[in-house]
Write a protein that binds this ligand. Structure first.
Ligand code: 13P
Ligand code: 13P
Ligand code: MG
Ligand code: MG
Length: 393
């Protein structure tokens, strides 16, 4: 009789259910409320293990189980945990209570209802180290740059050159979140084409990464874009990601290394500004200054028989002090631009804007002063908090 090894699923599901003192931190009572629901699900054997935390105003459920990705029971459990936490949030009068819960009706899957989801299923290796990344005040495309560096840049990941198990490279599944399409591309063969897409992180987002030699899943990112789901502004879609490390995957240190560069991401104040992504430990995962700067936390776990061993708070380390200092210097510098681009996002990416109403007010005061410029032949997409308008000029 052949013994098939059981598969383990890790589901990281997050939502902003309201927060204390603006968009700042999740209240401990909300974390307790969500934890109670997960404890019940554990007692019933639906989930094997869980860890509940927050990064800024986002409530994070890290769940391990045997039920595979997109499982109705797991999603229902997460949904109930968010509902319960949102109920407490409303009782306490927290800010933007229930922010990310766009619907009252759950129908088998949290996708499209507001929460962000990163899930992967695999047969555990004898030792299974994973890193869970959770960011606040930014968008899923913020992980494009670090994911590319981890899995395709030999100047970041020594293993791509010197470890025969990584030397064949990785496959990137990239979403076009505007068109609702996905494409699979190979690294290193197609890295210029990959970069041509993912350098526009508001639209082309790395969703999954697989090891090319055996199609083993290596990483997954949440790609929900609330603005596109809801058709109106409901907050930035603060993302999560899961990365497997060591023994045929990049080492943990290679997985963390890209975050030593505090790259500019979209988000920050009102979801409408560029700012540096600051790697922090959990105790500093709170966005204060201009509601930022955007933060990212990395929790390391070992998974054993679907149990979560850990976490290790990986950015809570003086090795990232200089990164944080540089991020703060960049934050000071870019803040001085105030309402000017490129600090403020371009009109097509702002989560809300008064531009249409200002133009409407001024339409009779604009006078002709010269020939019209030829409009560029590119497709532009204008997102306002009311609706998505597409124009091709
Ligand atoms: P692995 O065999 O787990 O990939 O070890 C490599 C390592 O840890 C180097 O830092
Ligand atoms: P969140 O998306 O984290 O709720 O932040 C919204 C915001 O407007 C911050 O200024
Ligand atoms: Mg919020
Ligand atoms: Mg948030």
């Amino acid at each position: 009789m052949s013994k098939e090894k059981p598969k383990t699923t890790i589901s990281v599901i997050k939502a902003d259910i309201g927060s204390l003192a603006g968009h700042h931190i999740v209240h401990p009572d909300c974390i307790a409320a969500a934890s109670r629901i997960l404890a019940e699900a554990k007692a019933k054997g639906i989930v094997v293990d869980y860890y509940v935390t927050n990064v800024g105003d986002d409530l994070q459920l890290i769940i391990t189980h045997r039920r595979g990705v997109d499982d109705a029971k797991i999603h229902e459990t997460a949904w109930n945990a968010f509902q319960e936490a949102a109920r407490v949030s409303k009782e306490l009068g927290l800010y933007a209570a229930g922010q990310d819960l766009l619907s009252d009706a759950f129908s088998g899957n949290v996708r499209g209802l507001g929460p962000g989801v990163a899930e992967m299923e695999f047969v555990e290796r004898p030792a299974e180290p994973i890193v869970v990344f959770m960011a606040d005040k930014t968008e899923p495309g913020a992980f494009n740059l670090p994911m590319f560096k981890i899995f395709a840049d030999p100047f970041n990941t020594a293993g791509l050159i010197i470890d025969p198990r990584l030397h064949g490279g990785f496959k990137f599944e990239i979403y076009d979140v505007f068109e609702g399409k996905a494409v699979i591309m190979n690294a290193p063969e197609e890295i210029y084409d990959i970069l041509a897409l993912i350098g526009t992180p508001s639209r082309y987002i790395i969703k999954r990464i697989y090891r090319k030699s055996d199609d083993e899943i290596a990483a997954v990112v949440s790609t929900e874009r609330l603005s596109l789901i809801a058709g109106r502004y409901v907050g930035k879609d603060d993302p999560v990601a899961v990365v497997r490390a060591q023994s045929g995957f990049p080492a943990v240190g290679e997985v963390l290394e890209p975050f030593a560069f505090p790259h500019l991401v979209a988000g920050w104040m009102r979801g409408s500004h560029h700012g540096p992504l600051m790697p922090v430990g959990l105790r500093h995962a709170k966005c204060t200054r201009f509601d930022g700067p955007p933060r990212v936390v990395a929790l390391g776990f070992q998974i054993k028989n679907a149990r979560l061993v850990g976490p290790a708070d990986l950015f809570d380390d003086p090795a990232f002090d200089e990164t944080r200092r540089l991020a703060q210097t960049i934050a000071d510098y870019i803040r001085r631009h105030g309402p000017f681009m490129p600090h403020r996002l371009g009109p097509e990416e702002m989560e809300y804007t008064t531009l249409p109403s200002v133009l409407e007010k001024l339409k009779d005061r604009f006078v002709e002063v010269g020939p019209k410029a030829v409009a560029p032949k590119v497709k532009t997409t204008m997102l306002t908090h009311e609706k998505k308008e597409e124009t091709t000029e």
